[in-house]
Design a protein around this ligand. Structure first.
Ligand SMILES: [Zn+2]
Length: 467
């Protein structure tokens, strides 16, 4: 079965060439640029060239360098004596993506303009695949232990999920020599299941030795924790068991299979295999809650269009994207760079249940990380997370600070009751019980590494905030 062809664009966004001189236009005027999409070709180029040279000492700049300030490629098309200026245009498209065998409809920004910007990456969202994975990658594994042969979803975990609350010395070593290790995150990982770590690590080692079937004897280590988890928490970090020095082939097999669910000694086990320093950084930007949130992709497209328009119109974000992408040698102008920043955006619908079991869904914004520099990346994410975008004059996209997370597989793009992993056909892994989910003490979620809860007795200024 093949994925259906891409659906037609459902919304478009247009901007005029460059408008750094506009300080911070009102957020609710997505089409205000249309009138300027034609004509003025030379005028705009001249303006851009002037602006980019402002304040620079021209005599210290080699002639070759100066040519880099010619703006986006190609800003104009010349036919005979006529010059037409290209508009900076992007559209929102519906797409079907696959998480294993499960499909989901998303909306995403598609920008032919940004794709042409020099240095831009074509990195794809690691949380899903464009096609259904058939046959499942683990079908080729030769293994004496019965395993679940199924197409499992991608695993894209932030580093904090793997190294969070791991003893510092261990975490440092794992980070430093990450290519010599693999992280194995058991389904439902947390302090509760490590009460019997030995059983878990030896079951995983048995499976790995059966899969590897070479002369090596592989061992799997339980995580070593840095601090005590909150009292009574089942799903507190650290999460990952560590496999040491897997052969290249074993590494490939485990990462290819993504999740291994198996049965040994009459019991079910499962873990997902991932690299220590994930190459595909998490693309999750933030979540929006409230009345506009629906599964209808036409509404999602409207929301994403509004987000894209407001991101490109926000002076602070333009400045930040310009600085970060300049350091990455991507693009030459602020306009190119802000277009690159929105080009990787997509919006997904995430089902979630509140304490009373009622539906309380969010829209989750995804974006291609602008940089591999962790600090700059965080800076960008924080800047976006500070803004409540508007869909129209009365509809606000309200930020939901609670991260989406799944206690079973630690994914950030679905919630525990909707985990697709234990729902695959012929699941041999451990049963996952919904009762185990609540109540869970706070602070066990996938938060950033090294985070400590407030000290006992310390005054909390933030009481009642966000309600
Ligand atoms: Zn899950």
């Amino acid at each position: 079965m093949t994925a259906p062809p891409p659906l037609p664009p459902v919304a478009t966004g247009k901007r005029k060439w460059d408008e750094d001189s506009t300080p911070n236009p009102p957020p609710t005027s997505p089409n205000r640029n249309k009138a300027q999409a034609h004509g003025h070709g030379f005028g705009v180029i001249a303006k851009t060239a002037l602006r980019s040279d402002k304040g620079k000492e021209q005599n210290t700049r080699p002639a070759k360098k100066r040519r880099e300030h010619v703006p986006c490629q190609p800003p104009t098309v010349r036919e005979g004596g006529k010059t037409t200026r290209l508009s900076v245009e992007w559209v929102i498209e519906r797409r079907i993506v696959w998480e294993g065998n499960r499909s989901r409809e998303i909306v995403k920004v598609v920008s032919g303009f940004a794709d042409q910007v020099e240095g831009t990456t074509r990195e794809v969202n690691p949380h899903w695949t464009a096609d259904r994975p058939t046959p499942p990658p683990c079908a080729s594994l030769n293994c004496a232990i019965p395993i679940t042969i199924a197409a499992f979803p991608n695993v894209a975990l932030p580093e904090a999920t793997i190294l969070g609350n791991v003893r510092k010395e261990v975490a440092d070593e794992l980070r430093k020599n990450h290519s010599e290790y693999l992280a194995l995150v058991p389904i439902g990982a947390g302090n509760k299941i490590y009460e019997n770590a030995r059983e878990l690590t030896s079951a995983a080692a048995d499976l790995i030795n059966a899969i590897a079937n070479d002369d090596s004897q592989y061992t799997v280590a339980a995580p070593v924790r840095e601090g005590e988890p909150p009292h009574g928490a089942r799903f507190a970090k650290p999460f990952a068991m560590i496999l040491r020095r897997p052969s290249e082939e074993l590494r490939r097999k485990l990462l290819g299979a993504k999740t291994l669910a198996f049965r040994t000694q009459g019991k079910g086990y499962a873990f997902t295999a991932t690299t220590i320093s994930p190459e595909g950084k998490s693309w999750v930007v933030c979540n929006y809650r409230g009345s506009p949130v629906t599964e209808e992709t036409s509404r999602m497209a409207e929301a994403l269009k509004a987000i894209g328009n407001q991101v490109t119109a926000t002076a602070g974000l333009r400045t930040l994207a310009n600085r970060i992408l300049k350091d990455e040698n991507i693009g030459h102008t602020a306009e190119e760079r802000i277009q690159v920043a929105i080009a990787g955006l997509s919006l997904i619908f995430v089902d979630r249940l509140d304490e009373n079991g009622r539906s309380d869904p969010v829209w989750q914004l995804h974006g291609r990380p602008l940089t591999s520099n962790g600090r700059s990346n965080k800076e960008w994410l924080r800047a976006i997370r500070r803004i409540d975008f508007f869909m129209d004059a009365t509809t606000v996209l309200e930020q939901d600070k609670r991260p989406v997370s799944c206690v079973w597989c630690k994914s950030e793009i679905h919630t525990s009751p909707f985990c697709p992993i234990p729902q695959v056909k012929d699941w041999l892994g451990p049963p996952v019980s919904q009762e185990a989910l609540t109540p869970e003490p706070r602070d066990t979620r996938t938060s950033r590494e090294g985070k400590r809860g407030p000290k006992k007795g310390s005054k909390s200024k933030g009481k009642g905030k966000g309600n």
